[in-house]
Write a protein that binds this ligand. Structure first.
Ligand code: ZN
Length: 387
């Protein structure tokens, strides 16, 4: 359980499970121990830094009946309800918009089950990924005046069972001035034992009158080492892959995760490319036939993706061949492959090889028959790559 952030239908929102951010965690824990919980707070951090998760873990910790040293217990009735994100005193507000299902006056409540689902299944996500998840990807979400009225209504109730009512507002920058003004008074004169946490990526659009009432906690990007560690432990990457990805992700866990996905696809393309070139080199007709049967069964988009990848790898190999490796952009697996492959590419054949792959791409795009295109391509490569 310690190594799994998610499991069926619930999530252990321990501080320990959140990647990096140790300094902030200690600060938050200390504020609870010292009994100095500010009632209106703003967590400010860029995409993929884990700020939303920290706000939930913080609230869970505050309300835990049996706090451990540095984390909540995970098993008391409050923690159990937090793990499903269904605690009656835990409220969420986030940007929403109209959709197929919600035609008019959308509020967070309309999307609360998708919200819980997304956090539980994929705790690190971007604003765009949220809109994709609720299938409104072309529209910008917002927090409306109707939503502000809901906030006031919900916080007007007395707490059901928790010590604190928590209202987490994700992306307050999506409130317009009239919805923001509506909750000003609540921030000024809060009900007793109410905790507001606004989780923002950019305070630019947030009203100064709102900002001035919030205690601001700035979150740094996640440290590279922490991302690396989690990629190795939770996503089974090798240390060198983890280092590559953590370097490019630059403290953004959302980006790291999309790079892993991309890498899966790239590495599949590389092995297909390797198989194709090798069987062309060996003039192994049955093997080539097999390869073509397999490839033709893929969808058009996957095939185009493969051909684009091939064009890139050929270009990169020409660079290596010309001893200009410093201007290539390849990961370790591609470099290892290219060390051998670049020997078969030179100035006399590379442009023709490139041209043939490019033609294949254009034929596929104009709906030519997949099998014929690849068979034709194989014959051309046969003769271009001499034994
Ligand atoms: Zn607990």
């Amino acid at each position: 359980m310690k190594n799994e952030l998610t499991f069926q239908g619930s999530i252990y929102m321990f501080f320990n499970e959140i990647i990096g951010q140790d300094e902030i965690k200690q600060k938050l824990i200390k504020s609870v121990k010292d009994n100095r919980i500010s009632h209106a707070q703003l967590f400010l951090g860029t995409e993929g830094c884990g700020s939303l998760l920290l706000s939930i873990a913080y609230s869970q910790y505050i309300n835990c009946y049996n706090r451990k040293e540095g984390d909540s217990c995970g098993i008391c009735p409050s923690c159990v309800k937090f793990s499903k994100l269904t605690h009656p005193d835990l409220h969420f507000v986030f940007p929403v918009t109209t959709s197929e299902k919600v035609k008019k006056d959308p509020i967070s409540e309309n999307y609360i089950s998708q919200w819980r689902e997304l956090i539980i299944n994929s705790p690190y996500f971007s604003e765009n990924q949220w809109y994709e998840y609720i299938k409104v990807e072309n529209k910008q979400g917002y927090i409306s005046v109707k939503e502000s009225n809901e906030i006031i209504r919900k916080l007007g109730y007395k707490t059901y069972e928790a010590e604190y009512k928590t209202m987490i507002i994700w992306l307050p920058e999506r409130m317009n001035p009239s919805s923001a003004n509506k909750i000003l008074k609540l921030l000024e004169e809060p009900e007793d034992k109410t905790l507001f946490i606004m989780v923002s990526e950019n305070t630019g659009p947030v009203l100064p009158t709102i900002l001035s009432r919030l205690q601001i906690t700035k979150l740094a990007k996640i440290e590279k080492q922490s991302i690396e560690k989690s990629l190795i432990n939770k996503y089974s990457l090798s240390p060198s892959e983890a280092e590559d990805i953590a370097g490019i992700a630059n403290g953004n866990m959302v980006k790291a995760l999309s790079l892993i996905q991309l890498k899966g696809e790239t590495s599949l393309n590389l092995s297909k490319f390797r198989e194709f070139m090798l069987s062309c080199y060996k003039h192994d007709l049955p093997e080539i036939q097999n390869w073509i049967d397999n490839m033709s069964g893929q969808g058009r988009e996957k095939i185009k993706d493969f051909l684009e990848f091939s064009l890139r790898i050929i270009r990169e190999n020409l660079m290596i061949n010309q001893e200009l490796p410093e201007i290539t952009y390849m990961d370790q697996e591609e470099k290892d492959f290219s060390l051998k492959f670049s020997k078969f590419i030179n100035l006399t054949n590379v442009y023709a090889i490139y041209e043939e792959f490019n033609n294949a791409y254009n034929y596929i795009e104009s709906n030519a028959n997949n099998k014929i295109v690849f068979f034709d391509l194989a014959l051309k490569i046969f003769s271009l790559i001499k034994k």
